[in-house]
Structures are given as C-alpha cells and as structure tokens.
Design a protein around this ligand. Structure first.
Ligand code: GLU
Ligand code: ZN
Length: 333
C-alpha cells in the first residue's frame, strides 16, 4: 500500500527544518535540556491503532532522548475507559516493538501480572489524592453543567474546538453530592513558557478555557488532570508532543503548580501530520495505520524514515531504524 502523496502532505504547518529548530531555540537544544538522566514519555491513548502521526511523535521522543541523555517512559493514557480497548493496547505495544522503539520504563513487564502506575486506569488513587489536595486548598467545586448548558451560554463553537467554561457553577456553590463532576479554579494569570521549537509562548488559561474539568459526570478523570498528576508523580522533566496540545499547556502548568510542582517541565511541541486537504490524521483514517502499512509490506525503517521526512526532519525519505533516530537531532546545536 502506498502512503497518500508524500509531497503534498509534507507541508503540515511550517516545515520542520534543522535550521528552524536552531533559529527557534536561539541556542542548541542540548543547552536547553536538563542534565543527562532526564525523563520524557511516550503517552499514547489505547483508543485506536497507532498511525503515522504516532510514529512522528516517537521519532521526536526517542530521537531527542537518545541524542541528549534522556530516558523514555511509556505511559498508556487510558483514562477514558469508555473508549479504550485491551486489543488496542496489545496492538500498540506490538507495533511499537515492531518499529523498534524500546522504552526505558514501561508497563509491559507487569502487563499481565498486575497494576502499574504507567497505565492511567490503574492510577485512580493518585488522582483522588491530587484532587483532595486541591480541594483542601479551596480550589475545587462541583459542576453540574452539560456541554449543552455551556454552549447555551458561550454560543456555538467550531467542531473540535472546546468552549470556554463560563464559570456558572463557580458562583452556584452546589453541595458536593449533587454530582461527581469537579472543576478546579484557575488564577487569572498569564502563563509564560518556552517551547523548545517555537520559542516564547504566552497563554491566559482562565480567559481562554476557563476552570478545568478534572472529573466528569460519569466519574471519569479527564486527560487534562491525569496527565498533570502523572507527569509530576513520574518525574517527567521534558514533554515532547504534537502541536494540537499546545493550547492545553498553560492550564496544565497552572494545575501542576497548584499541586506543588516547583520546576515546570521543558516543553517541545512538534508539527502534526495532516492529509493533503488539511485534515488531521486520525486513528480511524486507516490509510496511515501502522498495522495496515505493516501488512502491506512496509519495513519498520522505511516507515520511520517516511515519518521523519514528513515531519521535516529529512530532506528526502530514506530508511531510518529506530536505533538511528538520535542522528536526526544530534546536529541541531
Ligand atoms: N495521550 C495523548 C495523545 O494520545 C498525549 C498526551 C500528552 O502528550 O500530553 O494524544
Ligand atoms: Zn458548571
């Protein structure tokens, strides 16, 4: 199976050239990273199969870690139990293994024998404790709003865009047993942070997204909360992820600070792959699924090279084995 036209879809946002990385950081990546031994994570959600977008993320995560003395932790982000399936988790671990990306820490060893903090569905007690800590600080309140209630106040938003929470229940003071849904108040501060690729960033989460939902009406922990608790508990120093999560970063930094995180993580948001018509790759797209491409005869090194090329890390596609991805970053300084 051929991948959809490489040339047209290579331009996912600004092409990511080595020169651009140097330009954006203003110094070598190495000098912006912690001393060797730092930790990052590869954190897929087992809500579908791995696709080429995940391979791009793995190239950045393992490439930067291997080039600059980092360790990679594998975390299964299955907080949304309604959408996760054991067969996706098994496939994800198998595809990662086939690609050759080996984590330094992973849940796979205890995969069949018990729980692991590296799988979010095993982590409810950590989330409970973190929520209790924020509650004791007076930052938590019950929220009875449905998405429809929120949209009725904010007006319609484009598909995929989350509406800003207007703060209805912050003022309503509901009794805690009205609902299990909880929000955390955010200070009305401007958050400044440095992105290792995009440079200085500034966000105002209270104005942009409003108070953060940390547990929903079904009792499920939200991505925004689980990821912050885990990154703190698991000592993640560097977060390397796609640009679709850039808008979440400010609120995550505020939440982390409320939970007592004193040294914020370093951050790098990399380009996303899109289809030629601008649609983001999705797990359901099928056309870039690692499973399908494997079945169609693609070799792992060819697929990694294709991902690196599409992300702007190579001038033209060529085979790159997982153990070679450090070389894609080692010369940026
Ligand atoms: N689990 C998220 C995803 O699959 C990544 C979370 C993160 O890197 O913060 O997109
Ligand atoms: Zn509410």
């Amino acid at each position: 199976m051929a991948l959809p036209s490489s040339t047209s879809s290579a331009s996912a946002g600004a092409p990511f050239e080595r020169a651009a990385l140097v330009h954006h950081t203003g110094a070598s990546l190495a000098s912006r990273l912690p001393a060797p031994g730092w930790r990052t994570r590869f954190a897929p959600a087992p809500t579908g199969y791995l696709h080429l977008g995940h391979v791009v993320n793995a190239v950045f995560v393992w490439g930067i870690a291997r080039a600059f003395g980092g360790r990679v932790l594998l975390r299964l982000e299955d907080h949304d139990v309604s959408r996760c399936r054991p067969e996706y988790e098994a496939a994800l671990l198998d595809d990662l293994d086939w690609l050759g990306f080996v984590p330094d820490e992973s849940p796979t060893r205890c995969f069949r024998v018990g729980t692991t903090p590296h799988r979010q569905s095993d982590n409810a007690r950590a989330y409970e404790r973190a929520l209790a800590q924020l509650d004791a600080a007076g930052l938590v309140y019950p929220c009875t709003c449905s998405r429809r209630d929120i949209l009725a106040l904010t007006g319609p938003v484009d598909p995929g865009v989350e509406p800003r929470y207007p703060g209805t229940c912050r003022r309503a003071h509901h009794a805690p047993d009205r609902t299990v849904a909880r929000r955390v108040r955010l200070d009305d501060t401007v958050v400044h942070f440095h992105d290792l690729r995009r440079g200085a960033q500034q966000q105002q989460p209270a104005a942009e997204c409003g108070d953060v939902l940390v547990r929903d009406r079904h009792g499920q922990w939200t991505y925004q909360f689980a990821v912050v608790v885990d990154d703190l508990a698991q000592g993640i120093d560097v977060i390397i992820r796609g640009e679709d999560l850039l808008a979440s970063t400010g609120r995550q930094l505020l939440l982390a600070a409320s939970l007592g995180r004193t040294a914020p993580p370093r951050l790098l948001h990399h380009p996303l792959l899109t289809h030629a018509d601008g649609r983001k790759l999705s797990k359901s797209a099928g056309d870039t699924g690692v499973r399908e491409l494997r079945a169609a005869g693609w070799r792992a090194d060819a697929l990694i090279g294709e991902a690196a090329y599409r992300a702007g890390l190579l001038a033209s596609p060529r085979a790159v084995a997982a153990r070679e991805v450090a070389a894609l970053f080692a010369h940026t300084g």
